[in-house]
Design a binder for this molecule. Structure first.
Ligand code: MN
Length: 728
């Protein structure tokens, strides 16, 4: 663990030169000059010049032996947030890459975490990993947090607790996940010091009081291990030290160890030359000290998710105490200490992975984890990359919601609660009103405004990104249409029954209507009403079940009032064949009674809408039809042309052709129409004073495509000036 010291630009540069001799340090010095000029006059809480902080961050990054962009970013990381320096300026004076790194760190710094629930903490960690597209942003942020934790004594008690808790919940686990164990350990111990000062200082006292005793003990065990290993010709570096305070604290919390058992908190590390030696050394240890059953772990054969490799064992020491041992190679040791940072280190004349971002690291993990027993553990690590596809946003209370890339405020509203989604009228993102289709970014705070009178609209399906929201909106709309059909169907049946001298509610109570429903293979009366509403069943169908046929007809003959005549007309209308039925799909139902609106007579391929009529099924209108626009919105249903079933039926369409009044022009038009395979049902032609002719053709066409072909065929003939489809 590198010691905290007062860093200078010289100490940083000499550190860089020690692992990267050919480094061009002028950019680092330039960054230092820019930052110290920008921060001049600013002070830390300690009263020291502010620049001591970015220097400390850069020093940590140099300790991790990172590349120059990381260290330059460390020096500049607070300039955009706290001084007049802009990202543009950084891009001009350095490059786009540095500007992006600084921007990434600035964005992370702006986020405040308001809750420390365990479930939320995991979301915060994911959010941070997702927001930092370049893993170096996280490394700079960790170095920043480490430096702030090291100087936390200068802050108020309240601020100490808040920052320490956030560090413990979010940053220490991230350091662990990235495998940078020395940062994780130092952060955890600093957190313990500020969150549980009593425990921390008692432990510190205990550990220092027993220092001599412990050192003697470590020396004894080290000597024995050294000798034994030498006997077997194993070159090894053996070292022992007390476990870090936070892990002792955790053990004490779990009741596994007391202050008195300090020997139990010593861990030995044995570093050997290669993997074979690791297993040999393990054999030597187990021969010297009795192993504790169940404590051996082979992280070499099965590395941890953060790429950590070692052999772990616990043995019974000379005084009957438990001693933990870790056996690893030098390479494994570097990964254990530096984690992902080890892969960013400068080695053999180049930086690993510099151009490949962290892809190679993840690939290496994939390779290692092919046979991992716990796939969740692996996923947690790989998600570092995968999260880039997600968006993490805050609720006004500071909770984090994970949404898919491209999510809108509506997705967020549905993620909070289905009712919030249904009632959503607008949204505020970071305090500003935005349209519902606004795209959310990680770190945004979203506030949803609702209204009791709001209901989901079909257009929302195009706006939302998540399948959850889509499903909720669709099922709401379907439910609404179902309810409308149910209400209509029930009304219709009630009226019909009344005419025939029956009461719907009585028949409901007696179970007669249920029997009628069952005779149509329906389970409930409601389904009977819904089908009647959609026109799939007619009141006549149902009456036939309830009354003898001659009684029905006799009663119909006697219809007198307007309402009664309406019923009569309805009964005869229903007798007509449902000829368009297969050409159109209504709300995913088949076999709905369909009629085309006489006003607009839509052709297959035209944009259409459906309108539930009273007892005559669904009428189809062109979307542009004035009658459709006027109709009651409550009765609209979703309709589509059923493409597989349209061509067999011919529809009458009237077209108007304006042409020059020339001999033979009628023959040209008739031949053109017939050549398109279209029948002419009737024709009507008149001439005008200015030597023009206007012809009206009633033609029989299958769909819009056929009509369009006809129109362009006619328009291409000389003498023809315009061709127009008439709506009625
Ligand atoms: Mn900072």
């Amino acid at each position: 663990m590198p010691k905290a010291r007062i860093p200078t630009i010289e100490s940083i540069c000499s550190k860089i030169s020690s692992y990267y001799p050919e480094a061009k340090l002028d950019q680092v010095k330039k960054a230092y000059e820019l930052a110290s000029k920008a921060h001049s006059g600013q002070l830390r809480s300690s009263g020291e010049p502010y620049m001591i902080h970015p220097l400390g961050v850069a020093q940590t990054l140099a300790d991790l032996q990172l590349d120059l962009p990381s260290i330059i970013t460390g020096l500049l990381h607070d300039t955009v947030e706290d001084t007049a320096v802009t990202l543009n300026q950084i891009e001009t004076e350095f490059d786009k890459n540095i500007a992006e790194l600084v921007d990434g760190v600035t964005k992370l710094s702006k986020i405040t975490f308001k809750t420390s629930e365990e479930k939320q903490a995991e979301n915060f960690r994911k959010m941070i990993l997702a927001m930092a597209k370049d893993i170096r942003v996280i490394l700079v942020k960790l170095a920043d947090r480490l430096n702030n934790m090291r100087t936390l004594q200068h802050c108020s008690l309240l601020k100490q607790k808040i920052i320490a808790q956030e560090t413990l919940d979010i940053y220490a686990p991230i350091a662990n996940r990235l495998g940078i164990s020395w940062i994780k350990i130092e952060l955890e111990d600093l957190c313990l010091r500020y969150l549980h000062p009593d425990v921390y200082y008692r432990l510190a006292q205990k550990v220092s009081k027993t220092k001599r005793e412990r050192e003697k003990y470590i020396e004894d065990v080290t000597l024995i291990l050294d000798e034994r290993l030498k006997e077997y010709d194993i070159q090894a570096q053996v070292s022992g030290r007390a476990k870090h305070f936070f892990s002792i604290f955790k053990k004490m919390e779990r009741g596994k160890v007391t202050y008195e058992q300090v020997f139990d908190v010593i861990a030995y590390r044995i570093i050997v030359d290669n993997i074979t030696e690791c297993y040999k050394a393990l054999g030597v240890i187990h021969a010297a000290y009795k192993p504790v059953p169940g404590r051996f772990k082979d992280y070499i054969a099965m590395p941890k998710a953060n790429a950590y490799q070692s052999l772990h064992t616990t043995v019974i020491g000379p005084h009957g105490e438990r001693i933990e041992m870790q056996v690893r190679t030098q390479d494994m040791h570097q990964v254990a200490e530096g984690g992902i940072a080890a892969h960013w280190k400068y080695k053999e004349g180049k930086f690993d992975n510099r151009s490949h971002e962290n892809v190679e690291w993840v690939n290496r993990l994939l390779e290692w984890h092919k046979d991992l027993s716990d796939p969740n553990e692996f996923l947690e690590t790989v998600k570092i990359d995968l999260f880039a596809e997600d968006v993490f946003v805050f609720t006004p209370k500071g909770e984090v919601k994970q949404l898919s890339h491209g999510a809108t405020p509506l997705d967020f509203a549905y993620a909070v609660h289905t009712d919030i989604g249904h009632k959503c009228i607008s949204a505020k993102v970071n305090g500003k009103i935005v349209p519902l289709k606004h795209r959310l970014k990680s770190g945004d705070t979203i506030e949803i405004l609702t209204s009791a009178s709001q209901t989901p609209s079909k257009d929302w399906i195009k706006i939302v990104k998540s399948s959850r929201a889509k499903t909720k909106i669709r099922s709401y709309i379907k439910e609404q249409e179902r309810n409308r059909a149910l209400k209509l169907g029930r009304e219709l049946l009630e009226k019909t029954l009344k005419f025939f001298g029956h009461s719907l509610s009585k028949l409901e109570r007696s179970g007669e209507l249920l029997k009628a429903a069952q005779s149509f293979n329906l389970r409930t009366e409601d389904e009977l009403y819904i089908r009647t509403g959609y026109g799939r069943l007619t009141p006549e169908n149902i009456m036939k079940f309830l009354l003898p046929k001659d009684a029905l007809e006799k009663k119909l003959e006697s219809a007198k009032t307007e309402d009664e005549s309406f019923l009569k007309r309805m009964f005869s209308a229903a007798k007509k064949r449902n000829e368009d039925g297969n050409a159109i799909t209504v709300g995913n139902l088949d076999d709905v009674l369909i009629r085309s609106g006489k006003c607009c007579n839509p052709l297959p391929g035209d944009s259409i809408m459906g309108f539930i009529t009273r007892g005559r099924g669904v009428t189809i209108h062109a979307v542009s039809c004035p009658k459709a626009l006027d109709s009651d919105k409550e009765r609209h249903v979703d309709v589509q042309w059923n493409i597989n079933n349209t061509s067999t039926i011919k529809r009458h369409v009237r077209i108007r052709v304006i042409c020059l009044d020339e001999p033979g022009i009628l023959a040209v038009m008739s031949q053109t129409i017939t050549a398109c395979g279209i029948n002419i049902a009737s024709v009507n032609i008149r001439t005008t004073k200015d030597k023009k002719a206007i012809a009206f053709f009633d033609v029989e066409v299958g769909d819009i495509t056929q009509l369009q072909k006809l129109t362009s065929a006619l328009e291409s003939k000389s003498g023809i000036m315009s061709v127009e489809r008439l709506k009625s």
